[in-house]
Design a binder for this molecule. Structure first.
Ligand code: ATP
Ligand code: MG
Length: 273
C-alpha cells in the first residue's frame, strides 16, 4: 500500500496523462428551511481514465452528495467539477449512476426492456441496435436467459446486475456506483465484487465507487480517497493496486485495513501531526 498525498496513481515522476475528471475545491451544501448543511468541504480529487476510484468514509460524510454532484444533480457552492475539461452543470449520458436500492428498475419493463430503454430514449439508437447492445451487456453480467423476466422475479443481486448492465450499455465516460452491493448478503456481495472486477478487466471503464466498507474499498479500488466525517474533506489518498479478493483475510491486508481504519477515525489534529 502506498499512501499518497497530492500524487496520483502513476507516481510522482511519470509523465501524467490529463485527468478525465477533476474535482477542484468542491464544497456542497443543502439548504433546508431552518439551516444549511455542509456535506463536503473543498474536495480536491483527480480521476484518471480507467481508474477504479473509491470514495470511502463514514456515514454522513458526503459521499453520495459528491457522487450526485459528479452526476450533475447538485451544483457546488464553491469549486468546480470538470469532465474532459468541461464544467459539469447538468446530468448527462456520459455519467451514469448505479444506486444501492434494488428498486431502481421500472417494474413494468422486462430485463431486456430495462437495459434497452435508455439507449433508445437518450442515445437514440435504432431498436435493433439497442437490442443487440442490451443483450451483449446482459450476457456480460451473467443474466443471459433472463431477458424476458420482470424485476420482481429477480433476486436483489440479479437486479443490481441489471442496473449495471443498463449503465454499461450506455457506455458512459464515468460509471458512478453508490454502495451498489451494500444491501446484499455477504456471499452475494463478494461475488458481485468479483464480477465487477472481471467486467472492468474486460471493458476498462472508469469507475467511481462509493462505500463505507474498508474491505470493499481495498478490493474494488485501485485508488481510494479517505473522507473525514462531516463535512467530508479528503483526509488521504491511497493506492491499492496490491489487493484483490484473494488478499482478503491475509495478514498484510488486515494491517492495511487497520491502518485505514485508524486514519479514518483519528482526531483531525492528531492526523495532521
Ligand atoms: N436532501 C438533503 N437535505 C438536507 N441534508 C441532506 C440531504 N441529503 C443529505 N443531507 C446531509 O448531507 C450530509 C451528507 O449526506 P450524504 O448522504 O452525502 O452522506 P453519505 O456519506 O453518503 O452517507 P451514507 O454512508 O450514510 O450513505 C449528511 O449530513 C446528511 O444529513
Ligand atoms: Mg450515501
Amino acid at each position: 500500500m502506498v499512501i499518497m498525498s497530492g500524487l496520483n496513481a502513476y507516481g510522482a515522476t511519470a509523465a501524467l496523462p490529463d485527468p478525465l475528471l477533476q474535482i477542484d475545491g468542491v464544497t456542497l451544501e443543502y439548504t433546508t428551511r431552518d439551516r444549511v448543511v455542509r456535506a463536503t468541504h473543498r474536495i480536491d480529487l483527480d480521476v484518471y481514465q480507467g481508474d477504479r476510484f473509491v470514495l470511502l468514509g463514514p456515514s454522513g460524510c458526503g459521499k453520495s452528495t459528491l457522487l450526485k454532484s459528479i452526476a450533475g444533480f447538485i451544483r457546488p457552492i464553491e469549486g468546480q467539477i470538470r469532465l474532459n475539461g468541461q464544467v459539469i452543470d447538468r446530468p448527462g449520458a456520459d455519467r451514469i449512476v448505479v444506486f444501492q436500492e434494488f428498486d431502481q428498475l421500472p417494474p413494468w419493463k422486462t430485463v431486456l426492456g430495462n437495459v434497452m430503454f435508455p439507449l433508445i430514449a437518450t442515445r437514440h439508437l435504432p431498436k435493433a441496435e439497442a437490442r443487440e447492445r442490451a443483450r451483449d451487456c446482459i450476457a456480460k453480467v451473467g443474466l443471459t436467459g433472463f431477458e424476458d423476466s420482470f424485476p420482481h422475479q429477480l433476486s436483489g443481486g440479479m437486479k443490481q446486475r441489471v442496473a449495471i448492465a443498463r449503465a454499461l450499455a450506455m457506455k458512459p465516460r464515468v460509471l458512478l456506483m453508490d454502495e451498489p452491493f451494500a444491501a446484499l448478503d455477504a456471499l452475494t456481495r463478494r461475488k458481485m465484487q468479483e464480477e465487477l472486477l472481471q467486467l472492468w478487466d474486460e471493458v476498462r471503464f472508469t469507475l467511481i465507487f462509493v462505500t463505507h466498507s474498508i474491505e470493499e474499498a481495498l478490493v474494488v479500488g485501485n485508488r481510494v480517497a479517505l473522507l473525514s466525517p462531516r463535512p467530508g474533506r479528503v483526509r488521504a489518498e491511497i493506492n491499492c493496486h496490491d489487493w484483490d479478493l484473494h488478499s482478503l483475510g491475509g495478514k498484510d491486508f488486515q494491517t492495511a485495513a487497520n491502518r485505514i481504519h485508524d486514519m479514518l477515525f483519528a482526531d483531525p489534529q492528531e492526523a495532521a501531526t
